[in-house]
Design a protein around this ligand. Structure first.
Ligand code: SAH
Length: 249
């Protein structure tokens, strides 16, 4: 069916608005600035909607500012750049995904990152979560089991100037004992249980966030804290879906 005249007029108006809107005011030389700001607003809205689970209406301003700085479009495959600021996960190859921005922001917020903290991440993937953390802590050590992903993450972080992130190819189940203990540990693949080596490498006073449950089904995002006296507590935050933790452990 051919479009009717009113349909065409509506389309033309919409196109005109698009051109006259953001483009006219975008003095910024970052063409993705407006899309990134919209993503941050979408994250804030998700936080409000999930307030009952996460126990607050808003994520920390420091975390939200970091979300507003990291150029997510450069962490997705070039052909998906236009979708880089959707508040959803995207494929990054090798059957893996870059997590949904809201989940990255929530996990980062739960980790309560401090400027002097040293963080460990299991599951570098695109290295987006590592970059967001790197904006907020002193150093990030991240391990990725898929070698080409570890290699491209290293190149990407170098190119973007994230010199406080170190990537290693390997099985992150065993943590990174040479740099332990960590103030922060974040696991971005679904585990059937909390890896004991990671508990051991968490500093007293430290925080770990990890999705635990069945692979390919819903998992629970857990916030684990090690108290100063070494006691470990665990709290369920909300249901999530992550790609599975793999490896021969
Ligand atoms: N943090 C990532 C999300 C990556 S998805 C981001 O911001 O893009 C989870 C990643 O964990 C995948 O890349 C997967 O290959 C990796 N992974 C799965 N099991 C692993 C293991 N045992 N050790 C290290 N990485 C693992």
């Amino acid at each position: 069916m051919r479009p009717t005249l009113p349909g065409l007029v509506a389309l033309a108006t919409a196109a005109l608005l698009l051109v006259a809107g953001p483009a006219a005011t975008a003095a910024d030389d970052d063409p993705f600035a407006e899309a990134r700001a919209a993503m941050v607003r979408a994250v804030a809205l998700d936080a409000e909607r999930t307030a009952e689970w996460i126990g607050k209406e808003e994520l920390s301003p420091r975390v939200m500012e970091a979300m507003g700085r990291v150029p997510r479009h450069l962490f997705v495959p070039p052909e998906l750049q236009g979708f880089g600021y959707l508040n959803r996960p995207l494929p990054i190859g090798y059957g893996q995904t870059i997590s949904q921005p809201y989940i990255v922001a929530l996990m980062t917020d739960l980790l309560a990152p401090q400027p002097d903290d040293v963080a460990f991440e299991l599951g570098t993937g695109s290295s987006y979560q590592a970059a967001v953390l790197a904006e907020l802590v002193a150093g990030v050590y991240t391990v990725e089991i898929v070698e080409p992903l570890a290699a491209s993450a290293t190149d990407r972080l170098d190119a973007l100037g994230y010199d406080n992130v170190t990537v290693r190819a390997g099985d992150g189940y065993f943590g990174w004992p040479e740099h332990a203990p960590f103030d922060i540990i974040v696991v971005t693949a679904a585990a059937s249980h909390v890896p004991p080596p990671l508990i051991a490498q968490l500093k007293p006073g430290g925080r770990m966030v990890i999705p635990v449950g069945s692979p390919f089904l819903t998992q629970q995002l857990l916030l684990i804290e090690k108290k100063e006296d070494g006691a470990v507590t665990s709290r369920q935050i909300l249901p999530v879906i992550f790609v599975p933790l793999t490896g021969g452990h």
